[in-house]
Design a protein around this ligand. Sequence first.
Ligand code: BEZ
Length: 325
Amino acid sequence: MKHTLRLLASGALAVASAFAAHAEDFRLGLITPPPHIWTKAAEAFGADLAEASGGAHSVSVFPARQLGNEAEMLQQLQTGALDMAFMTVAEVSNRAPDFGAFYAPFLANDIGHAARIIQSDYARGMLDQLPGKVGVVGLGYGMAGLRQIVSRGDVSSAGDLAGKKLRITPFEPILDFYSALGAAPTPMPLPAVYEALANGQVDAIDMDAELIWVLKYYEHADTIIESNHMMFPMVGLVSAKVWAGLSEDDRASISELMNKHLASVVGSYVEKDPVWLGQVKDTGKTYTQVDPAFFGDAVDAWNAKWSEKSTALEGLRAVAADTAE
Ligand code: BEZ
């Protein structure tokens, strides 16, 4: 009897330690603040993964740039110091310029169209280059709302933005766009933007409706220009080093659950982007709706430049044409 108990105990120990050897607490970093849709989705993904793995895996989410800015987090993913991230495609496009094509001005006609472009097979296929070029595995896309302009002063034409310090997300496609417009694009990561607008360090910002409304950026502005000039994709990343050490089962489950939550991010913006814009409009601030003509030659200038820089521009335009309603 004693012998049988000893055998059972050692068997249970072996099973437990096999589990422990594969158990992981994954670290997932992102720059958005805790109430942001991306952060909530990362937390929901972690809860789902913990449940699906019977508690063997968990995900610790580090929002608001706790682990560094996106460039730093990308480096950490490359070395395996960070396991996962929900990251702007903007940052990825600094290393893999093909992704700059997503920022073709007015590629998407509206937020629903942006979702269809981002969820196309062509866009998904673009992720295949990431392990070789950047050292990360791209599991799928999320996004934020379309881009708008928020200004401290009156803006009735693009000429009013000439020479103005206009905050941009730090990446090349948007720098090229505002340079072509004649503004003074000022790269600044998201967590620094609220203060910079509030204290007049910048005259205007390029931003999406969620942050303009939910984080109340509009309070420090006089004019909101609804231009919908660019889409703003996000990508769910896993370190290629970490990915290489995962079992096929773990990979399948992480991929399925992360994609589930990325898709829900996309769905949230499709639903809420127009609602937030309506709420901003109702604040009584000067609210202008503009079309591509507002930007004059800047759209053509951008297209000419980026047809040289990205091999994906034509492909994404074809997707955009096929998915327009
Ligand atoms: C931005 O840089 O404007 C931004 C970054 C992440 C999410 C949304 C907006």
